[in-house]
Design a binder for this molecule. Sequence first.
Ligand code: HEC
Ligand code: HEC
Ligand code: HEC
Length: 446
Amino acid sequence: MKRVLTTILCLLLAVAAVVAVYRFGFRKSIPDAPVEEQVLAILTQNDCFVCHNQHPDLPFYAVLPFMGPKMREHVSHATDFIDLEQRTADLSQVDEVTLSMLDHSVSYDTMPMAEYKMVHWGTGFNRKEKSILAAWIREKRGSDEPIRPIPASIEYDKARAELGERMFNDVRLSLDGTISCATCHVLENGGADHADERVSEGINGLKGGVNAPTVYNSVYNVRQFWNGRAADLREQAEGPATNPVEMGDQSWDQIVERLGEDKELVREFEALYPGEGLTRETVTGAIAEFETSLITPDSRFDLYLGGISSAITPEELEGYELFKKNACATCHTGVAVGGRSFERLDIFGDYFADRTPEIAYNSDDDGLMGFTGNEADYHRFKVPVLRNIARTAPYFHDGSLQTLEEAVRAMAKYELGKNISDADVASIVAFMNTLTGTSPYYSLQD
Ligand code: HEC
Ligand code: HEC
Ligand code: HEC
């Protein structure tokens, strides 16, 4: 008996020694180079690119019956989540979402997953690697937290924004004088459509295909629209007027001609846009200037980030911790808690097959691919901003979910492939309720 135990002990010690030699001996050291080269070396020697890229270089045993399918499933989920190879190709230009994703894998030690580490000894960040990555992320992002407060003010041209506000509310932008931007983007509420409108209703009662996102904090979006087809707010503002199911105009020439009958308005545009006057560019430019002003600072959560720890309750804080731990803050990150990237909606399940049959699959469901034509963009949607989320129901691009609880459960299922307990869902929702900020158009008590 004693001998058996001794043998086992010796074997274990031998294995431990081999692992130690492997980890400390054969593991490449971090190059004495600029930090971005160090970061790339750390990601490479921890096998991060093995699974997270479009064209994985699978090992020979990937053809075996059990290992093969499992491995291919890992690689497909991994790349649906984040194509690290592409997103770290130029580390000096790395985007905020990629930083938050790396932050998550470093802070919670999630990658590579335990079953991979078990057979690939030596992978998994060590302490030194973690500290290099964490310092780099902090420096790039300017913060330890994935979410940053909305600044108290933002720069914009006040006179042009005031004119733009009137244009935003002007029904003359629509063919029959019934619809303004404000019809579907209700500033007195969350800047989105009314809660009972799953999709927006435009001219002659015609329905569009998607739910109206909020115009609040839309200045922080990387591009505009669920599928990103407008580069910025000015380009976006050209869209609704000539959309047949929104404002129904034939062309911008027609709109400029109609507005041009208002000589006072023409004079105002000439004064504020010397040499240009009232044109398609200046009308949409003024609207974009107004929308730039639509930030909502001073939410309770921002007060908390600013150092007032009593601004949120312990349950709300717990909800924020869960929001980070469950990787919600990887996609929903930055100042607007979203809006910075286009992500796959159906990483771990077929969202569209599970959806109520009342909503037929339509081209809006293609997501970013509908704009880029690129197959890798299939079912990628702009990650919505979660600022003022309590005021912008219903949820998702198809407006199919009524409550925040449903939205959190759907996210857990389709983005993360897991269940979140009822208590945790409640805490996460409590946290999201602290994201309602202030605006001159509504009071927080409304
Ligand atoms: C064996 C394949 C594999 C390797 C190797 C791997 N990943 Fe992953 N990764 C996945 C899969 C699969 C997912 C999807 C989420 C899940 O299943 O946990 C994922 C998710 C992620 C996520 C998002 C969720 C989270 O937990 O943060 C990040 C970020 C990530 N990986 C980074 C990395 C980094 C950094 C490395 C290198 C240290 C790495 N991965 C190595 C397969 C892999
Ligand atoms: C008939 C309802 C309707 C009208 C009128 C309307 N919108 Fe929208 N708005 C929507 C819908 C629906 C979307 C989402 C469309 C999509 O992504 O394909 C949207 C998207 C947007 C976005 C993009 C937000 C984001 O997060 O991507 C902005 C900004 C916006 N609208 C501003 C305006 C402005 C400015 C006007 C007036 C010129 C206007 N809207 C008129 C319904 C409307
Ligand atoms: C992989 C990226 C990703 C992760 C991780 C993620 N989300 Fe999302 N989230 C999205 C996308 C994309 C949408 C838009 C879905 C759609 O349009 O149908 C979305 C939508 C939402 C919405 C609805 C917003 C609206 O205005 O319609 C909420 C609320 C939300 N997410 C919360 C969460 C929570 C809570 C978690 C963590 C449990 C989470 N998300 C994790 C990408 C992500």
